[in-house]
Ligand binder design. Structure first.
Ligand SMILES: *[C@@H]1O[C@H](CO)[C@@H](O)[C@H](O)[C@H]1NC(C)=O
Ligand SMILES: *[C@@H]1O[C@H](CO)[C@@H](O)[C@H](O)[C@H]1NC(C)=O
Ligand SMILES: *[C@@H]1O[C@H](CO)[C@@H](O)[C@H](O)[C@H]1NC(C)=O
Ligand SMILES: *[C@@H]1O[C@H](CO)[C@@H](O)[C@H](O)[C@H]1NC(C)=O
Ligand SMILES: *[C@@H]1O[C@H](CO)[C@@H](O)[C@H](O)[C@H]1NC(C)=O
Length: 514
């Protein structure tokens, strides 16, 4: 779940907060269910313009992949995209292969030229390969994204893609059986990296799993608990001001003068008085306001210069009495996020959002990943970032029913609450949730990142170590190292290097890391 920085906030979608990168773009339509338009993990963006030319020149490679790995009679195939960088490859019988797993957005070529894993590859002489996830980016298994065509979109099929791909690359690159494959991934691909080792241990020797949720859960209320805690880490008064702001929104909503005042403060595209009877519109309105904070927290100070709105900025606004009452300051935060994402008004209409996500065309905006990822939440993971407690900071307006309703409205009436409970239970049984039966996986999380709440943050066994980084956000360890990184982040990357050395039996000649 690394994401790409140029996404824009579009009119009319709900906030999906999963694993992504840019704040400004992590909001409203741009940031929904914890994910940016392009995915959870933001693309890195430190490449120089000269490097960028090489990035853009890097070839798209294509692999003939099976549509359905679990039905032998289905012989349909499609073209899956991948990238290779062999610049650092030592090309001997011990040289490792590093496999970056693509996720719920287009795979970014920039990862082939930067990011922490590139330095690990230099150090260990690894061949670097990135495989795009089926149904995302340019990897299109079906002619469109109709609900029946999405039947082949699942983490299980994606892992089987990886297995098939690894087997084929061994032949294509003439790799020896002694060459170890190490999987990398951040956010949902962080989960996939761990699961790839668990399910295909003969193909994947070990994994570095960053910010990957392991526990599927319909009602992910812990998400906003971490958002609150992260805001409180600036100052507890910051959360109190946000709480008061949301309470004032509720009061203003009760009468027409208040509604008009909210329209002005929050730059709504459509007047609230016309939506006040529609609980789904109001839920979406509140989800957008909460998403303004979630998007900033999730990507706080990660190493992408575009992500320049921070928790500190939001809290400075929320704590400035001179700007007016807390609700007015909430409006200022909203304006800041709208501006950062090039939106002129806040589009909170539920039906518009649903209509956008219902578009089955590969050319649609939703096909950047929103339609596919929402489908995966409805059929495998849940992960709904709810707030349904009146006395809580973000109020009680977007509970689990609101999200399940979206599954039903977008894909199928059958995706009701019981359906969600069944699929989520199945996912947890299949992968083992927070008690995975596996070895050689290092799980890395940051304390600021709300997703750590569903991940493994303390080690259960020496075979599955963990690194829990105090004060860093989603996938922070994956980005290009910078001198400004906090010491605990530098330390985490050093630990990852040491762990890789252990997995690879100390196979490394150069000592660039020392
Ligand atoms: C590795 O070396 C072999 C033998 O020299 C060569 O044929 C092959 O192209 C090399 N592979 C890569 C990926 O450089
Ligand atoms: C973020 O960066 C943009 C463009 O570089 C700049 O215009 C804006 O003022 C910055 N915002 C903050 C809060 O630093
Ligand atoms: C916002 O619009 C400006 C000017 O059109 C453009 O340069 C910038 O890249 C846009 N930002 C985003 C996040 O799309
Ligand atoms: C779906 O999106 C495409 C591309 O933006 C657009 O041309 C088409 O009209 C949309 N279809 C519907 C039903 O809105
Ligand atoms: C609602 O939130 C309050 C304050 O955080 C808490 O004391 C209470 O237990 C919560 N109620 C429920 C039903 O979760």
């Amino acid at each position: 779940m690394l994401q790409i920085p140029k996404s824009t906030r579009k009119a009319g979608q709900l906030g999906f907060l999963l694993l992504c990168v840019l704040i400004a773009q992590c909001n409203g339509q741009g940031f929904r269910r914890g994910r940016l338009v392009d995915g959870f993990l933001g693309a890195p963006n430190k490449v120089s313009s000269m490097q960028l030319v090489r990035v853009l020149e890097a070839e798209d490679l294509w692999f003939e992949q099976r549509l359905d790995h679990f039905k032998a009679e289905n012989t349909h195939t499609w073209q899956q995209r991948y990238f290779v960088n062999d610049e650092h490859y030592r090309n001997d019988s011990q040289a490792p292969v590093f496999l970056m797993i693509g996720g719920e957005g287009e795979a970014s070529k920039k990862w082939m030229r930067e990011g922490a894993w590139l330095h690990y590859a230099e150090h260990f002489g690894a061949l670097m390969i990135q495989l795009e996830h089926r149904y995302y980016g340019k990897s299109h298994p079906t002619s469109d994204l109709s609900t029946s065509n999405l039947a082949y979109l699942s983490s299980e099929q994606a892992l089987a893609d990886l297995a098939n791909f690894v087997s084929a690359m061994k032949v294509k690159y003439n790799l020896a059986e002694t060459q170890k494959w190490i999987a990398f991934g951040g956010s949902y691909p962080g989960s996939l990296a761990a699961w790839a080792r668990e399910k295909y241990p003969h193909l994947i020797y070990g994994s570095i799993s960053s910010s990957g949720p392991l526990l599927a859960k319909v009602d992910f209320s812990e998400y906003f608990d971490v958002v609150k805690a992260s805001l409180a880490s600036y100052k507890p008064e910051c959360v109190e001001a946000v709480t008061r702001g949301f309470a004032q929104v509720e009061i203003l909503l009760k009468h027409m003068i208040g509604q008009r005042s909210l329209d002005e403060k929050f730059k709504t595209c459509t007047p609230l008085k016309d939506s006040i009877e529609n609980q789904l519109d109001i839920a979406s309105f509140f989800e957008n306001l909460a998403g303004n904070f979630a998007g900033v927290v999730q990507y706080n100070k990660d190493n992408r210069p575009n992500a320049n709105v921070t928790i500190d900025d939001l809290c400075v606004v929320m704590l400035s009495n001179t700007f007016g009452p807390p609700v007015t300051r909430l409006g200022m935060v909203n304006s800041l996020i709208l501006q950062q994402s090039n939106q002129t008004c806040l589009d909170y209409k539920y039906d518009k959002m649903i209509a956008d996500i219902k578009n089955v065309s590969w050319d649609s905006e939703a096909a950047k990943g929103m339609r596919q990822w929402t489908y995966q939440t409805c059929t495998e993971f849940g992960f709904y970032q709810t707030s349904e407690n009146k006395s809580d900071t973000f109020g009680d307006r977007f509970g689990v029913d609101y999200f399940i309703r979206q599954c039903m409205d977008i894909y199928s009436n059958q995706m009701d609450a019981q359906f969600l409970e069944r699929v989520v239970a199945q996912t947890n049984k299949y992968y083992g949730a927070l008690k995975p039966e596996t070895t050689n996986v290092l799980y890395v999380h940051g304390s600021i990142d709300p997703w750590h709440a569903l991940g493994l943050t303390s080690s259960q066994s020496a075979k599955t170590p963990t690194i829990y980084i105090e004060g860093t956000a989603h996938c922070a360890n994956m980005y290009e190292p910078s001198n400004n990184d906090p010491p605990q982040l530098k330390e985490a990357r050093n630990k990852i290097t040491k762990y890789l050395a252990q997995l690879l039996d100390g196979y490394a000649a150069s000592a660039k890391f020392s």
